[in-house]
Design a protein around this ligand. Structure first.
Ligand code: KG4
Ligand code: ZN
Length: 381
């Protein structure tokens, strides 16, 4: 109904949204994340920092299926988005009228899931007469480590970013904010996807990354050696699907698996992914002469990966606190706020981009931004 009304009105006939930021240069932004299996809503104030965030994870909903079921994900986002928005406003002592901009994930991600956040976010911005901003999910991951750091503890431009999530494994040259060059990526499975699949083969829970990481702690690192795919040839592309087959074969060769076998396999698998990512990052740093590396996305929560990169790379490594590594609304509010205060905004149309190359984004001017108090971060479920 609302969508029909928007289309009938036509963007051109509607007045431009008011820009409340002109008064003081600051802005209160509502951020909405619905690209996959978490509904995240957050409020970011460019003066005061993160005022609050709430997150609903759909892990239980998808657990029986061993992976995300897109239709179930969309329906659950619909159920949660309004109560979560009410809750984040309530907890921050704000009302809808205080919102000065709305940022929502527009892609990449699952089409149906994205549509929920985009329709809600775009319509809300329109009804409040404030600007809206379509956020690129991977740019939000990339910027998340900045959200929780002091200005003097941030990487200096240009820097490299290793983006490793359930859908992406990329090495990105960050020339400037919004100006990204893809140096390498996975030609098949993403690193997080590989963790999830290996966990499924070991009959562990979903999502698999944290499960493998937990089990790997009890594993014997000397027992198995898994391949480090595509490290024996030049270039920065990666491949993780072969590890899946190797894991499957190792499991088949050791039936029935004892708990120790499982831990040893998890350990070998994790080592292979970590070492592969390390080799590719080292190569990228050497090739570019850069010495600052951001790691972001769900897999950047992996402590073995963090430790390896921090210890063995000749670079300063930056990453976000754990709760900001996996999907969340705060990173969307933050990325959106940075772009909104720089004058960026989206047209009056509900659109999603399930596939959206990072390189298509445009550079934006950063303004000095805020302190962040992570004590306001809350996990609801
Ligand atoms: O960024 P994210 O929350 O969602 C996507 O954008 O895809 O990443 C989710 C992925 C999952 O594949 C999950 O298994 C993985 O991140 N992950 C981890 C860890 N925590 C989450 N992988 C390895 N170790 C972890 N501790
Ligand atoms: Zn993500």
């Amino acid at each position: 109904m609302l969508y029909a009304r928007l289309r009938m009105s036509g963007a051109a006939t509607l007045r431009a949204p008011k820009q409340k930021i002109v008064d003081n240069g600051y802005m209160l932004v509502l951020g909405i994340e619905t690209s996959c299996d978490e509904t995240g809503v957050a409020l970011y104030d460019t003066d005061l920092g993160l005022l609050g965030q709430v997150l609903h994870s759909q892990i239980e909903l998808h657990a029986d299926y061993g992976g995300v079921v897109p239709e179930l994900a969309s329906r659950d986002h619909i159920r949660k988005i309004v109560p979560l928005t009410d809750r984040v406003l309530d907890e921050a002592g704000k009302t809808l009228d205080d919102i000065e901009g709305v940022a929502f994930t527009s892609g990449p991600g699952l089409m149906g899931a994205l549509l929920v956040g985009a329709s809600f976010g775009r319509a809300l911005a329109w009804s409040l007469d404030v600007p809206a901003l379509e956020v690129h999910h991977m740019e939000a991951h990339l910027l998340a480590p900045l959200l929780a750091s002091q200005l003097d503890q941030r990487p200096s431009l240009p820097f490299l970013a290793l983006l490793v999530s359930g859908g992406h494994s990329q090495i990105v040259h960050v020339h400037d904010y919004g100006h990204y060059k893809l140096l390498g990526e996975s030609v098949d499975d993403a690193a997080g996807e590989a963790f999830d699949k290996a966990a499924k083969m070991l009959a562990l829970g979903y999502p698999g990354g944290p499960e493998i990481a937990r089990l790997a702690k009890d594993g014997d690192p000397q027992r198995f050696t898994f391949p480090r795919p595509m490290t024996d040839r030049p270039g920065l592309n990666m491949s993780f699907s072969g590890l899946k087959t190797f894991t499957l074969n190792t499991i088949a060769d050791h039936q029935p698996l004892t708990d120790q076998d499982k831990a040893d396999i998890a350990c070998a698998f994790q080592q292979a992914v970590v070492e592969t990512l390390y080799i590719k990052c080292r190569r990228a740093l050497q090739a570019t002469g850069i010495d600052d590396l951001v790691i972001a996305g769900g897999v950047s929560a992996n402590s073995a990966l963090r430790a390896k990169l921090e210890t063995d790379l000749d670079a300063t490594v930056y990453y976000a606190p754990l709760e900001l590594c996996t999907d969340n609304g705060a990173m969307i509010a933050y990325a959106g706020a940075l772009r909104l205060v720089a004058g960026d905004s989206s047209i009056l149309r509900i659109q999603t981009r399930p596939r959206w190359p990072l390189e298509e984004l445009v550079r934006f001017e950063t303004k000095p931004d805020a302190r962040v108090d992570l004590r306001t971060t809350r996990q609801l479920t």
